[in-house]
Design a protein around this ligand. Structure first.
Ligand code: MEV
Length: 300
């Protein structure tokens, strides 16, 4: 069976704002997905992970169509990336699928092509993806991404973290429906354009300071900016009880900053720790309160 792999991501700054053209910073994580293919009479998604079958099949069809492939496949999905929403699992799935199909058909793809085909698949999972998730799943590293008017006009560049960050990724236990949350922000914007523009301005200041702090290793500043970012997504109505609770536990245990990551409305949160031991302690405290959590490092 031909195989493709891709990693998940966390968004340090800018989920949702990025959909509306503001820059965002995301980084790859070590957890990822594995896709293996077996030619079949129809497309099937075979996995122990929690997935929405209809969306996965739609994603597979879109990827096959954009790659001009007419065969059908049993698509086996494994790997250690949780598919709860927030960690870019749909984008990683699409990237891994494109890579596996390229092997199957013995074609060489550039990263730009992999990214483009995966983006076509991402559209199945939520109607208006910015492209940040598939970009990071394709390239890894730490990326500042800005959406263009068309996917061809998307811009991104890699930034160098001064030092790796110790973060704690936690799961609210509630599956986050990115499409629903993206729609919520669209409604917010249409109801109060002025207020939305004000929030985007505030956010843009956060991401620009955030980039500098990441490059200079100003860990306290990064934490404060994550908290400020969290306040803005809360104002947009994206942070639910589970997200708030996890952030509260992390901050009460000395996290330098805590925010939801990804679509919100459940899904995942990230907390910034002072070092590896501190990250482990925060992880344990969050687990004690019944949430799944793990400490990890993000690096260049
Ligand atoms: C999802 O990981 C991030 C969102 O900003 C959606 C997107 O950028 O496509 C919520």
């Amino acid at each position: 069976m031909n195989k493709g792999e891709a990693k998940g991501k966390v968004i340090l700054f800018g989920e949702h704002f990025v959909v509306h053209g503001a820059p965002a910073i995301a980084c790859g994580i070590s957890s990822g997905v594995v896709v293996e293919l077996k030619e079949s009479d129809q497309n099937r998604i075979i996995t122990k992970h929690k997935v929405i079958e209809k969306l996965s099949l739609d994603g597979i069809e879109r990827v096959l169509a954009v790659m001009g492939i007419h065969e059908r496949y049993d698509v086996h999905l494994t790997g250690d990336l949780r598919t709860y929403g927030g960690l870019g699992s749909s984008a990683a799935f699409c990237v891994a699928l494109v890579k596996a199909l390229a092997k199957e058909k013995d074609i060489h793809l550039t990263k730009a092509e992999i990214n483009k085909y995966a983006y076509a698949g991402e559209g199945a999972f939520h109607g208006n993806p910015s492209g940040i998730d598939n970009t990071i799943a394709t390239h890894g590293g730490v990326v500042e991404f800005r959406r263009g008017k068309t996917p061809e006009e998307n811009q991104f560049d890699f930034l160098e973290l001064y030092k790796p960050l110790d973060i704690v990724i936690s799961f609210s236990g509630k599956y986050s429906q990115t499409a629903k949350m993206v729609e919520r922000v669209k409604e917010f914007k249409s109801q109060d354009e002025e207020e939305f523009a004000q929030l985007v301005d505030e956010y843009t200041d956060i991401v620009s300071k955030g980039r500098t702090a990441l490059e200079k290793g100003q860990i306290d500043v990064i934490g404060n900016l994550m908290n400020a970012n969290q306040s803005l997504v809360s104002e947009l109505g994206l942070s639910d009880e589970g997200n708030d609770k996890i952030n509260e536990i992390a901050l009460a245990n000395g996290a330098l900053g805590a925010k939801l990551t990804g679509g919100g409305g459940g899904g995942c949160c990230i907390a910034l720790a002072k070092d590896e031991n501190h990250a482990k302690k925060i992880e344990e405290k969050i687990k004690e309160k019944g949430f799944d959590s793990f400490a990890t490092k993000v690096s260049n």
